[in-house]
Design a protein around this ligand. Structure first.
Ligand code: S3P
Length: 189
């Protein structure tokens, strides 16, 4: 895949609201491509030796956001390749993070309706932002705020409501392979 200084294969980054399937699709995709899977939430929990709920409760959301930025910076600095990265739902909120995500590779937004999201996360107690009286209203409100940010950050959008997660992974695999073929053609390979 690599010749001289031209490198076709970088990384695939999945963004989107909580519960849209980033981790499951990401693991599936990593297996299909034989890439390494990185879940930014899991990475931060391991590194910090505490859960995201604890980080939010003890040190606050800003601290968590900084840890997210630090992780992206680290991945860019190390020049990591052949990763499928499932990001936390708030990762693209900082403009600095949006730039880092684009540097890392192909960003794909998994777009889901508030109904799909609610159905998937309604029994979850591990997402501090949804521990409120009316999680459905909160999901609706946050999706309205965040959708433009996700859209601005992503090169590709996949509507996931009616698709099995394996099908979503296959679809992204197709997009990725197509990107590689196009860049090979552009570079005369
Ligand atoms: C968050 C999403 C979570 C996690 C944290 C904050 C958000 O990740 O990073 O609870 O702001 O949307 P998932 O999208 O993997 O649930």
């Amino acid at each position: 895949m690599q010749r001289g200084r031209v490198c076709f294969v970088k990384n695939i980054i999945l963004i989107g609201y909580m519960g849209c399937g980033k981790s499951t699709v990401g693991q599936c995709l990593a297996k299909m491509l034989d890439f390494t899977f990185v879940d930014t939430d899991a990475f931060i929990e391991t590194q910090q030796q505490r859960t995201i709920s604890d980080i939010f409760a003890i040190e606050g959301e800003e601290k968590f956001r900084q840890l997210e930025t630090d992780l992206l910076k680290q991945l860019v600095k190390e020049g990591r390749e052949q990763l499928v990265i499932a990001t936390g739902g708030g990762m693209p909120l900082r403009s600095e993070n949006r730039e880092l995500l684009s540097k890392l590779g192909m960003v794909v937004y998994l777009k889901a309706s508030p109904e799909t999201i609610y159905d998937r996360v309604k029994n979850d107690t591990q997402r501090p932002l949804l521990q409120c009286d009316n999680p459905f209203a909160k999901i609706q409100e946050m999706i309205v705020q965040r959708a433009p940010v996700y859209q601005e950050t992503a090169e590709h959008i996949v509507m996931v409501d009616t698709l099995a997660q394996e099908v979503v992974a296959e679809h992204i695999l197709g997009i990725f392979q197509d990107n590689i073929s196009k860049s090979q053609q552009r570079n005369g390979y």
